[in-house]
Design a binder for this molecule. Structure first.
Ligand code: MG
Ligand code: ZN
Length: 185
């Protein structure tokens, strides 16, 4: 069985944009800005044997304010820039009652089935309570990237670690692997 690090997209890989006090995803390719050292972080995790799978809620598509094509275009650009194995997107909103919108674990469970992933050996890195809850619901460990824009609901999340960037999350995950490896010997 393989192990994976599931990566939330906005606020973890790329900068979330602030509009009217809300954090929003890039609305076109020109607004896509990868955060510092994300490539470095992805390479370290890949070298350690983790599959890297993006799991992202994009409800603006269901709300009609963002075109699905733009989300796919941004996904393609991110895949070109970073050594990712897969990108899984939920295009729904709450009213759709789908199984994939985080905090539901559907995106992770489906990817685990398709890739042969051991969820108990896997991690998720996200910046919202919904990410952390999805990880819990799937049986993964969770690392939260906090960024100064946190909502009060996000502050109530209980991740295994809180960090300030994907690079720090990767270092924490790799550190935990080292300790577990040492204990197993
Ligand atoms: Mg996010
Ligand atoms: Zn969905």
């Amino acid at each position: 069985m393989k192990k994976a690090v599931f990566l939330d997209r906005d606020g973890v890989l790329n900068r979330a944009l602030e509009r009217n006090g809300e954090l929003v995803p890039p609305s076109n390719l020109a607004e896509l800005e990868l955060l510092p050292r994300v490539r470095d972080a992805c390479e370290s995790l890949g070298k350690a044997g983790f599959l890297l799978i993006v799991v992202t809620n994009q409800p603006d598509v269901a709300r009609g304010t963002l075109n699905r094509h733009v989300v796919e275009e941004i996904g393609d650009a991110i895949r070109k820039a970073l050594p990712l194995d897969d990108i899984r997107v939920c295009f729904h909103d709450d009213a759709d009652q789908c199984e994939c919108r985080k905090p539901k674990p559907g995106l992770l469970l489906q990817a685990a089935q398709d890739w042969g992933i051991d969820l108990a050996q896997s991690f998720l890195v996200g910046d919202r309570w919904k990410d952390i809850a999805a990880a819990r619901n799937a049986g993964c460990r969770a690392v939260m990237v906090t960024n100064g824009h946190q909502h009060s609901r996000d502050l109530s999340a209980s991740p295994d670690a809180r960090v300030h960037s994907l690079k720090e999350a990767a270092d924490w995950i790799l550190g935990s692997q080292f300790h577990e490896g040492a204990l197993a010997k």
